[in-house]
Structures are given as C-alpha cells and as structure tokens.
Design a binder for this molecule. Structure first.
Ligand code: NG1
Ligand code: MG
Length: 572
C-alpha cells in the first residue's frame, strides 16, 4: 500500500547528499504516507524531516553570540504534506488554508488560514524622519502564553508567507499560498531540552517551502537556485521567535546543518558559521559515547519565559552595556541606545577595531580564549558592591562581595546602564515580557564568559589519536558547565542536579544539563564499553524511572549517535 519514498531532492543541504534511509526509518516514512492518505484522501507530495539536538557544551551563550557545540540526535520530526486537491476557495481565492493533524492523539486536529492585513508601517527615509507606508502583513494567530502544538507549525509557515507571498505597497499578490494538508509525527519528547520546538519549526518551514514550490528560488542577479542552509537557519530562527522565546540560533542551526558522526561548532559572530567537528570521543584510546537522560521534569521554558529564558536574555544584554561602561568602551556605547552582546563587548575590549554594524574579522580561537581569560578578571567589576562603589567614587577594590547573591534592583540596573528610564525600557524591555525583583548581572556574565571558554577548550581536543585521559578532561569541562549553570546561571533544578550527580557516581566522565534547563535532559560522557551498565545504574538510581515500562525507559535514557540535519523528500 505505502509508497516508497523516493529521494529526489539532494535535500536543502547544498553539498551533502541526503543519507540513505535505514530500513526501520523507511518503515516509519511509509506508515506516515499511508496514514496521510487515509486521513486526507490523497497522497502526500513531500516529507520534511528535522532532527532534535543535544547540546554537548555551551549553554545559554548563543544569544550572547558565543560559539556552542551541539550535535543532532536521531530523534526527529516528520511532516508529510501536500497541496489539497479540492482547493477549497476562501473569499474568492486560494489563500493558504491549512488542515494540520498530528499522529499523537493528544494533539488535536487544527485548521487555520493566514489573514492578509493592512499595516501602516513607519519607515525612515532620507527626506523625512518618518513617513507612513501602507503595507500588507500576514497574520496567523499564535498565542505565546499558550502551549499549543500547532503554534510551531504556524511559526514555520509565517516566514514562508512573509518571504514569498507578501505584496509590497497596495499591489495584489502575484501568487497565493496553496491550501495544504499536513500530518506531523515526532519522536523528540517535548520540553526535554532536545529541541523538539526547533525541529518542529525547521520541519514546518521546509514543508511549507516545498508545498508552495519555494525550495528553488529565483534571484535578481543569478539563475534559480536552491535555498541554502544558512537561509533556512535564519528563517527558522525568526520563525521560532513568534512562539514567544527570544532564542539564539543554536537549535535551528544544529537541526539544519548537522552531519552524521560529527558535532558542530557553531559561531554567530562576526557572521553565522557552522563547522562540523569530528567527534573527539571517537578518537580516544577508549571510545566514548554520549548518554542522554531525561529528568522527566518538563521544562517550562516557554510558559515560564518571563522569569526564566527571556529574563536571562535581558540580563545578559543589559550586562553587556554595564560592562562596556565599566570598561570605557566608548565606540560601543556611542551606538546610542541600541543593544549589543557580550561577544561584541569582548571584541571591542581586545581592540579588534570594529564599530557596531561593521563586524571585525573573526578572532582566532587562541585570541578568543585569551580575550575570555581577561574578561573573567574584568567580570569581577560587575559585583554589585563594586558597581556601587564605582558610582560613589569609592575604592572599588575595597568593596566586598556582599549583595552578590541579591543582585541589582531594577533602579540600580537602570542607573548602572547609563540610560534614562525611558530609553532603558525601550531598548531592553519593550520587546519582551520579563518579571524579576533582582537582576543577576554579575553571575550571568561570569557564566557566559566561563562557558564560552569551556567550549573552546572542549573543541581544542583535535588530535587524531587521543589518550583516555582526554575523556577525563572533556568530562571535567562538562561537569564544570553543570556547576556554572546551576550556581551562576540558575537554569538547573534539583532533579537535574541529582541526575548529573548520580551520573558521576555511576561512572560518567562528566555530566550536565542540556538545552535551556529548568528540567529536560542531561547529557553524560561515558565509555562505550560501560554505556549499558551506566544506563542500568541510572535507571536503578533515579527514583522517577522506577515505574517506567521498557519503551518509556528507552525513550528517557539512551546513548546517542550524531545524526544528519534536515532534509525534504519528494515522494514519487
Ligand atoms: P532548548 O532547550 O531547545 O529550548 C534553548 C534555546 C537555545 C539556547 C538554549 C540554551 C530555543 C528554541 N532554544 O534551547 O537557543 O539558548 O536554550 O543554551 O529557545
Ligand atoms: Mg526548544
């Protein structure tokens, strides 16, 4: 019955052919095709696939634009899709009406249609400071305060609509998005820190590109070409923001650009760059693997974003401004009230000579490490008591660390930023909702710089043959990352602390939370020949695993092999 998936695209991945699908995967694809056909009465035209990722090291530093080190996991999201043949006509035209279903019954079927609305957009032109231009804007209802599965589907759709179907001025649409049926299935547990959200958004972006015939795009200066990985990453990053999390680009980049058997070193400054790194842990005298173990605490990253994820984004951005002032980085501060990141502070500090808007050439890893070492000394100047002493003209070095735990009040933070209250609000808070009584500028910054340095040290293990002691070194970096996430960035939780401690007692070289934290998965570095025994010890030692059946247990704790990034199949 089921149609054999025929790989026609060499995927959106420019140079790399799509991998052969393993037999058990082919069966999964076939099952999805026949289920789609049964539910919608016609065959799917494409299947988009996007994997989740495990972040090996480099947590909460992507939005400060420091490099991170993730790998794709085998777990993924599949979206089967096709243009709906009966072309239901809405108000006189086909307008991208979507029927979305999910194989998982708790995610109920949804239908939605995007609306094209008039929007008065203020544009600055050379002639006048501001003038109103009438534009149309797509609108799809996404409520970031509600966790709804179809929000991620809509988020992926948004970017495709905006990029390819928005008319300028009062012009009519040249072409319209097609009416689409989609069926989604996935194997990445939600809220587990393995980026099911990014996988959903990437797969959805790809599905809507494919079904609307936009994988190959016409460009003004060149013949039609395939959309690049980089373009897909940027679309997916923008798309995911619509769900309400101001994330960095790590997850989408990993989901799109990953290659089998490699981790990725992803850097974001001065430009986005993803570099496959052969796994050091496979080149050691004793081979190792990564074992993911889910704490089974659902990470409330989205619903709790006000006090968690988005708050950290704001704290680290404000920290960049306060640090730039303390360090007297006038070129950065001259950019007025616009935001800049801790990575840009470092670049300005080490004198790479760039002004905002004109990024410097990338620092070499050695220069970056040296710069980070210096920043780790300077960061002490962000201790609340030191900031207060500096403001009062007192001897900062005399100030003790009292108040460090408390952090800064809102008013103190505004004062130390050097902006007036209105400019501060406009720059750092007008685009996001956060809630806190104290802001932890010092602790967050110390985490960011030390974590960025750990990533570089982790990545530096690049000899062909490595002694087993390398695994101890890499493990120690992972455990130090956990300690920093827990004490300084405060994105761990008691269960993650317990599970990582249990992992170390059970023989792991190192163990840490992965992803946003506050629940979700841990990742541990374990000798390959020990992995099975290690998993058994975790299962026995972590009480929430007690009642799990075999399948749930395998879903919660598993050794992982880096998998391939996103692709699309066109079905024959
Ligand atoms: P997860 O755990 O997948 O939600 C989030 C961010 C990342 C990164 C990590 C922390 C999203 C989509 N992703 O990942 O960009 O900042 O937290 O390192 O919000
Ligand atoms: Mg996520």
């Amino acid at each position: 019955m089921a149609t054999e998936p025929v790989p026609i695209f060499t995927s959106v991945i420019d140079a790399h052919p799509i991998p052969a699908i393993a037999t058990r995967e082919a069966a999964r694809f076939d099952a999805l095709v026949s289920e789609f056909t049964q539910r919608f009465g016609h065959k799917p035209a494409y299947i988009a696939r996007a994997p989740g990722r495990v972040n090996i090291i480099g947590e909460h530093i992507d939005y400060a634009l420091f490099g991170v080190f993730p790998a794709a996991v085998e777990q993924d999201v599949l979206i089967a899709c096709a243009r709906r043949p009966d072309d239901l006509v809405l108000d006189g035209g086909e307008r991208g009406h979507v029927h979305a279903q999910n194989l998982q019954p708790k995610y109920t079927p949804q239908t939605f249609a995007p609306m094209l609305r008039d929007a008065a957009i203020t544009q600055n032109t050379e002639q006048s400071a501001s003038s109103h231009v009438r534009l149309h804007q797509w609108h799809l209802d996404i409520d970031p305060r509600q966790l709804r599965w179809e929000s991620y589907v809509k988020a992926g759709y948004y970017g495709v609509l905006e990029r390819f179907f928005t008319p300028s001025g009062s012009a009519a649409l040249e072409s319209e998005p097609v009416n689409t049926d989609i069926l989604v299935t996935g194997t990445i547990p939600a809220g587990s820190g393995l980026s099911s959200s990014a996988a959903m958004v990437v797969a959805s972006t790809l599905a809507f590109l494919a079904v609307n015939d936009k994988l190959d795009i016409a460009t003004p200066d060149a013949p039609t070409r395939r959309i690049t990985k980089g373009e897909l990453v940027s679309m997916a990053v923008e798309n995911e923001k619509r769900v309400g999390v101001n994330s960095g680009g790590m997850d989408q980049a990993a989901s799109v650009t990953a290659l089998p058997s490699t981790a990725l070193y992803i850097s974001f400054y001065p430009v986005f760059h993803a570099e496959p790194v052969p796994l050091p842990i496979r080149r050691t005298a004793r081979k190792a693997v990564w074992v993911c173990a889910n704490s089974l605490v659902q990470s409330e990253k989205v619903l709790g974003a006000k006090t968690r994820y988005n708050l950290r984004v704001v704290e680290t951005l404000v920290a960049a401004r306060i640090l730039a002032r303390v360090l007297g980085l006038s070129a950065l501060l001259a950019s007025g009230d616009s935001k800049f990141t801790l990575r840009e502070v470092l670049a300005a500090y080490v004198g790479s000579g760039e002004a905002k808007g004109a990024p410097a050439p990338a620092l070499t890893p050695e220069q970056l490490s040296a710069g980070l070492e210096r920043m780790l000394d300077e960061v002490e100047r962000l201790r609340p008591a030191r900031l207060a002493a500096r403001e009062a003209g007192a001897d900062a070095a005399q100030a003790d660390a009292a108040g460090e735990e408390l952090g800064l009040t809102y008013d103190e933070m505004v004062r130390f930023s050097g902006l007036d209250a209105a400019a501060f609000h406009a720059t750092y808070l007008s685009w996001v909702e956060v809630e806190a009584t104290r802001f932890q500028i010092y602790k967050r910054t110390k985490h960011v710089f030390s974590e960025a340095l750990r990533v570089l040290r982790f990545r530096a293990a690049d000899a062909d043959a490595l002694p087993e002691s390398t695994l101890h070194d890499l493990g120690a970096l992972m455990s130090a990352s956990q300690a920093s996430c827990s004490a300084l960035f405060e994105c761990s939780c008691p269960e993650l602390d317990a599970l990582t401690a249990l992992a170390l007692r059970s023989g792991a070289y190192g163990s840490r939370l992965t992803g946003a934290g506050w629940g979700g998965c841990t990742v541990s570095l374990v000798a390959e020949d020990e992995a099975e025994a290690f998993i058994a010890r975790l299962v026995a030692g972590y009480p929430p695993y007690a009642g799990l059946g075999d399948e749930a247990r395998r879903e919660a704790v598993f050794a992982t092999v880096p998998s391939n990034g996103a692709f699309v199949f066109k079905l024959g």
